[in-house]
Design a binder for this molecule. Structure first.
Ligand SMILES: O=P(O)(O)OC[C@H]1O[C@](O)(COP(=O)(O)O)[C@@H](O)[C@@H]1O
Ligand SMILES: [Mg+2]
Ligand SMILES: [Mg+2]
Length: 358
């Protein structure tokens, strides 16, 4: 893990609970910190339970079976989507959480009226991969609950998050999160089912030779994306002056973790398909927490034009284009949106910037 620094303040192997307890005890805003620490702790417990179901695979029944109900976003829910959502709701009820927003819930749920926090979750990210035994994950975002109520708690800039991160259920189970000052990386030890610290102060490599995008959408892409990818494909003969490698897992958490480990850039842009005018991924429980954790590791996260963490949701399941990863490459992609590059492949749709500039 060349991109991950050696543990700084905390010793490797420290348990998640010890880490969170030490963090909660170390500052003046003690009540809020205690609530956040408890919240991240119970999310990790729910993650360990979800991991157990995933580990049993088909022995658990068909986790990937469509159960006939479309979620709020119109996607068919799978058995594991629902199981994960239920485990997380149950866990968060035991924490100081007032409001819960989820990909799998039509509306915001009130869990503990008067609670200190509002939590947005993608309970199971990468659902299409479940039966193929490919990594999936859970993504979470924690805001302070607003006195203004449920929607005000979530409809605010992502930079106001108190914590954010993800769990990836892969060959091993990893938990990566930020509490607002750096990024910690834990791994679930199957021997005693305890999340143990692997590294604190994790950084994403600033430059990269790897990009991730669903290239089957090439014909639908807007000019800046098409030009950027054409330039990558041109390799050492193109304007980047170096060869690139491409990956696409179709699991945002798995792509994020790969970028944490060895650098890279991820792109799910807006495109010209109907319904993809704002890309595919959701601002509140996918883009916000991923952007928070990525920025805290020195990376960048934009929608093409704007920093993700400056965007403000106005609907619960709002989508956003999402481009994140190694800072140098994200800045370069931003320049494809803002300078003359895109004029090399003009498009009438891109001319209407409002379409892509929410
Ligand atoms: O199938 P596509 O269009 O390549 O989309 C893949 C993307 O969709 C997602 O699966 C959406 O997440 P969900 O599985 O939570 O709906 C991401 O994990 C992934 O990056
Ligand atoms: Mg998802
Ligand atoms: Mg999901």
């Amino acid at each position: 893990m060349t991109a991950i620094q050696a543990p700084a303040a905390h010793a490797g192997g420290e348990s998640l609970i010890a880490y969170l307890t030490a963090w909660a005890a170390s500052a003046p805003d003690a009540a809020e910190r205690a609530a956040v620490a408890k919240c991240v702790g119970v999310l990790a417990e729910a993650g360990a339970a979800i991991a157990e179901a995933i580990l049993r695979g088909p022995l658990q029944g068909s986790l990937g079976a469509e159960i006939g109900v479309a979620n709020a976003d119109g996607d068919k829910q799978r058995a594991l989507d629902v199981l994960a959502d239920q485990k997380i709701v149950t866990a968060l009820k035991s924490a100081d959480v007032a409001y819960y927003a989820s990909e799998e819930e039509e509306a915001i749920l009130t869990l503990n009226a008067g609670g200190a926090l509002a939590v947005a979750v993608d309970p199971l990210d990468g659902s299409s991969n479940i039966d193929a035994n490919i990594s999936v994950g859970t993504i979470f975002s924690v805001f302070p609950a607003s006195a203004g109520g449920a929607t005000e708690s979530f409809f605010r800039p992502g930079r106001e998050q108190l914590a954010g991160g993800y769990i990836v259920y892969g060959p091993h189970v990893a938990l990566v999160f930020t509490l607002g000052a750096g990024v910690a990386h834990f791994v679930l030890d199957p021997a005693d089912k305890v999340f143990k610290l692997v590294a604190d102060g994790v950084k994403i490599a600033p430059s990269t030779r790897e990009y991730a995008i669903n290239a089957s959408n090439y014909r639908h892409w807007i000019p800046p994306i098409r030009t950027f990818v054409d330039d990558c494909v041109a390799g050492a003969q193109g304007p980047h002056g170096k060869d690139f490698n491409m990956r696409w897992v179709a699991s945002l958490v798995a792509e994020t973790h790969r970028i944490f480990v060895r650098g890279g850039v991820f792109l799910y842009p807006a495109d010209e398909r109907k319904g993809y005018e704002q890309g595919r991924l959701r601002l509140l429980y996918e883009a916000n927490p991923i952007a928070f954790v990525v920025e805290q590791a020195g990376g960048g996260a934009i929608d093409g034009f704007n920093r993700i963490l400056d965007k403000q949701a106005s609907t619960l399941h709002q989508r956003t284009p999402l481009i994140f990863g190694s800072a140098e490459k994200v800045n370069r992609i931003n320049s494809y949106y803002t300078d003359v590059h895109f004029e090399r492949t003009p498009s009438p749709l891109f001319g209407q910037r409002g379409l892509f500039h929410a």
